[in-house]
Design a protein around this ligand. Structure first.
Ligand code: ZN
Length: 342
């Protein structure tokens, strides 16, 4: 077994172990009752929150009439919940630390310290850089195809995977946008949007890995391959949003889809004569190593930089290389088809 394959197997096995103890913090009854109490009284100990001032019928006690609109009320509820969770987490973590316990996760996340209202400034910055990298990669891919490479006599593009990579680019940018939003402000809907976008991206890139590596060019065959994955991913997203946001299950689904596509690219890189296959290798090995960070999750250093933030940092150079591979692939396929036409 080659070292990279051994590494992938290792990732797959340990992912299952890691997924089992996701979010112990919010299962803690002391934390739960603290949040519950805070949401009704607006206070944790002697710290009280402005956002939690509701009267018994659910309307804000003060403020002019235009601020009593339902939308504003919902914002207040979100703010209240988030402040309560944050304060209860700090209190609970302090108690736990005194008892000599290690930090635990709350709602899928480590206890972070806020900076200027940003919950995880490092992850926000890295998400924004990932977004910028994808935009740059996608734009240069676009320019290459439409302005630099030769076109077919009917003005169409030679490269057969163009539209798939366009969708990939859009889903990636969407996913990193919501990742940045979620890491700055963790409320119910930003969390769902981040998780849903990430699942959609992972599902689509798995389909893309299969279609590209098996050279599926026929439209009907592509639909046949994609349909079961689209059905599964859609069901999973609906389940997370409207039934239960199950962190453990979601982590298993995401890691399974992530490991599957890394394996597919690795096998393809091993058998193909593609001139840029070394870039595939670097992305696969780098991606697997980055995934280890997400799996061997450690609590934030001084409350700021955790494994998840580092994971977002490592994908920045990998994204650059990945789009460079995509451009090479477009070049490679186009010149092959162009020569054939001549
Ligand atoms: Zn993230």
């Amino acid at each position: 077994m080659s070292p990279s394959r051994a590494l992938l197997l290792f990732v797959a096995l340990f992912s299952l172990v890691a997924a089992l103890d996701a979010s112990a913090g919010d299962a803690d009854p002391i934390y739960r009752s603290c949040v519950e109490k805070c949401e009704s009284s607006g206070c944790v100990g002697d710290k009280c929150f402005q956002h939690c001032k509701f009267s018994s019928d659910g309307k804000p006690i003060d403020g002019p009439w235009y601020l009593q609109e339902p939308l504003y009320l919902r914002w207040k509820q979100w703010d209240c919940q988030s402040d309560c969770r944050y304060q209860c987490m700090l209190v609970r973590e302090e108690e736990r630390q005194k008892l000599g316990h290690k930090p635990v996760k709350y709602h899928g996340k480590w206890p972070f310290k806020r900076v200027d209202g940003f919950q995880e400034p490092a992850s926000v910055a890295f998400s924004a850089l990932n977004l910028a990298m994808h935009f740059h990669g996608w734009l240069s891919f676009f320019i290459l195809l439409y302005y630099k490479l030769p076109l077919r006599p009917d003005q169409r593009i030679y490269y057969e995977y163009t539209s798939l990579w366009h969708v990939y680019g859009l889903l990636s940018m969407n996913s990193w946008f919501w990742s940045a939003v979620f890491h700055s402000r963790d409320v119910d809907f930003t969390e769902k949007l981040d998780y849903s976008s990430a699942v959609a991206l992972l599902g689509f890139s798995l389909i893309l890995a299969i279609l590209r590596s098996l050279n599926v060019r026929d439209q009907a065959a592509r639909v046949m391959v994609a349909a079961p994955f689209i059905a599964f991913v859609t069901t999973h997203i609906l389940y997370l949003n409207f039934y239960k946001l199950d962190y453990g299950l979601n982590m298993k689904v995401c890691i399974a889809m992530g490991v599957a596509q890394l394996l597919i690219w690795a096998i393809w890189a091993g058998v193909t004569r593609h001139p840029s296959r070394w870039k595939l290798w670097v992305v696969v090995v780098g991606g697997a190593a980055a995934m280890l960070l997400e799996i061997y999750d450690f609590p934030p250093y001084r409350g700021y930089v955790d494994a998840h933030a580092l994971w977002h940092a490592t994908t920045i150079p990998l994204t650059y290389l990945w789009w460079s591979f995509i451009r090479d692939d477009a070049n490679f396929r186009t010149s092959a088809l162009f020569k054939k036409k001549k």
